[in-house]
Ligand binder design. Structure first.
Ligand SMILES: [Zn+2]
Length: 89
């Protein structure tokens, strides 16, 4: 099932699978075999490739912004909040 007409089942998965794991992939939070499957899907699927590309760029911008403009105090608070959130799961 796909809601993007450019998207077809290619590589080791379909678009729903690929997009569901977008953030895991970008954060390198998956094993090599899974990442390779996503990569081969992106190679054959322009729609997903564009989606991943946009998200990847967004992440880079956010990261740069955080490092440049956000006060250290806020980053410490944010990190603390994330750790608390993670500990709850
Ligand atoms: Zn796709």
């Amino acid at each position: 099932m796909t809601n993007n007409e450019d998207c077809v089942d290619v590589g080791a998965g379909n678009c729903d699978d690929a997009l569901a794991r977008l953030y895991e992939y970008l954060d390198n939070e998956m094993d090599d075999a899974t990442a390779e499957g996503i990569r081969s899907h992106l190679d054959g699927c322009g729609g997903c490739h564009d989606r991943f590309d946009v998200e990847r760029r967004l992440k880079v911008v956010v990261k740069q912004r955080l490092e440049e403009d956000v006060p250290q105090q806020f980053i410490a608070k944010l990190r603390h909040a994330l750790e608390e959130e993670a500990a709850r799961h």
